[in-house]
Write a protein that binds this ligand. Structure first.
Ligand code: S3P
Length: 446
């Protein structure tokens, strides 16, 4: 389905976003490894996380789904059975990279496949450290691209210095480390999202953190626990920018994850002039609470260095914020964007240019000069959910119609995005905030 988007007036709205994608993946993994049943609430029913759920089913884990967002996972204590066919990871790099760490230690062989986009993504980054641990992984595609053939076997701990700040690399190694002999540690150049570390701790696996280094001992298994997944701040980011860039707009996002390794965009938007406040309500496993934001005329900023891994998934929508801000925003140290679901630096540059924005594409970033009116355009998602959603938000600020094509990919992380977009932007006369709750099919609270 194509999305047809028109310029919209400022909104006053209160909403919830679906479960966090990164945390939903990890909840399924840790619960599957646990020594008994675990109830996971707030699970993201997006295609990526469903790929992870199906992968563990194929590995012999019994998983019930009493509601769309509730899973009851009967952990097997780390004993998996050989799947009778290849495991299809769909579009999900997180599924393929993290599960490789676990499969490298099993006593059987597994083939991991993915869709056209995942089949172009680099796997050497996990094959190298896992091979050092003794794993045998063969990439069937050129230049270590998927499909992957993982031949399980005995692993030994390593002390790995990762060249990239990547939670997927760190997590693949830590998951393999659970099954390895001795000590496994990973040091990264900057802190990437720390959901795996937090979830290990929550599920009772001892873990040592010293600065950018994380260490575990082999042999521990998660204890069965129930877990609630908070709303995904990366999904909230689209609405936060839509409100931040619109003087007069107000937005409150409830029950959203506030893990500091993920909320960098709040600081970025505050630097750009938005009025942002966050309130933490709970910190069981992961912190979550409320974010409030008020729109203003944004000004340019610089996004670089250690801030990049924190906002890595928000750079498409922050680039849209930059296009709406007065001055030139410089994004650098972000070459990782070239190996996401699509080459996001190229996609952002070409789409912003199509909307009339002055953009310079650099090998590791972008220079975006904002403040001029955007022009509606016909833009393809390029199979990338975050490109589709970021440019749908850009369309709310553009003169004329914006059409986004190829929007099915949004089902990977935010299936209801377009419904919410239509509600948020419908012309309203009431001064009271519009309240948008998750649909009944996504409510698991009794
Ligand atoms: C993720 C880590 C990030 C992020 C991705 C999800 C995760 O990737 O971009 O959307 O859940 O671990 P990298 O680890 O490759 O930076």
């Amino acid at each position: 389905m194509d999305w047809n988007i028109q310029k919209a007036p400022p909104f006053n709205c209160e909403l919830e976003v679906p479960g966090d994608k990164s945390i939903s993946h990890r909840a399924v993994m840790l619960a599957s490894l646990a020594d008994g049943p675990c109830v996971i609430r707030g699970f993201l029913p997006g295609e990526d996380c469903l790929s992870t759920k199906e992968a563990f089913r194929k590995l012999g884990v019994q998983i019930e789904r009493p509601t769309n967002t509730t899973l009851i996972i009967h952990g097997t204590g780390g004993r998996f059975t050989a799947p009778d066919a290849a495991i299809d990871c769909g579009n999900s790099g997180t599924t393929m990279r993290l599960i490789s760490g676990l499969l490298a230690a099993q006593s059987f062989q597994t083939r991991l496949t993915g869709d056209a986009s995942l089949s172009k993504r680099p796997m050497k980054r996990i094959m190298d450290p896992l091979s050092l641990m003794g794993a045998r992984i063969t990439a069937e595609g050129e230049q270590e691209r998927p499909p992957l053939l993982v031949e399980g076997g005995a692993l030994r701990g390593i002390d790995y210095i990762s060249p990239v700040a990547s939670a997927q690399i760190k997590s693949a190694i830590l998951l393999a480390g659970l099954f390895a002999s001795g000590t496994t540690s990973v040091t990264e150049p900057h802190l990437s999202r720390d959901h795996t570390e937090r979830m290990f701790e929550y599920f009772g696996i001892p873990l040592k953190r010293e600065g950018l280094k994380v260490t575990i001992e082999g042999g521990a298994r998660p204890q069965s626990r129930d877990f609630r997944v908070p709303g995904d701040v990366s999904s909230a980011a689209f609405w936060l920018v839509a409100a931040a860039a619109q003087p007069g707009a107000r937005l409150r996002v409830n029950r959203v994850g506030l893990n500091p390794s993920r909320t960098g965009l709040l600081g970025t938007l505050a630097r750009m002039g938005a009025r942002v406040r966050e309130f933490e309500h709970s910190n069981v496993g992961e912190p979550f609470g409320t974010i409030e934001i008020e729109g203003t005329a944004l000004k340019a900023t610089r996004i670089a260095g250690k801030e990049i891994p924190n906002v890595i998934d928000e750079l498409p929508i922050l680039s849209v914020a930059a296009a709406l801000a007065e001055g030139t925003t410089v994004i650098s140290d972000a070459a990782e964007l070239r190996v996401k679901e699509t080459d996001r630096l190229a996609a952002i540059a070409s789409h912003l240019k199509a909307m009339g924005v002055a953009v310079v594409e650099k090998p590791d970033g972008l220079e975006i000069t904002g403040g001029q009116p955007l022009r509606g355009a016909r833009l393809d998602s390029l199979g990338d959910h975050r490109i589709a959603m970021a440019f749908a938000i850009a369309g709310l600020f553009a003169e004329g119609e914006t059409v986004i094509t190829g929007t099915d990919c949004v089902n990977t992380s935010y299936p209801d995005f377009y419904d919410v977009l239509r509600q948020v932007t419908a012309l309203r006369t009431s001064p009271d905030p519009l309240i948008i709750r998750l649909g009944d099919d996504q409510t698991d609270i009794s």
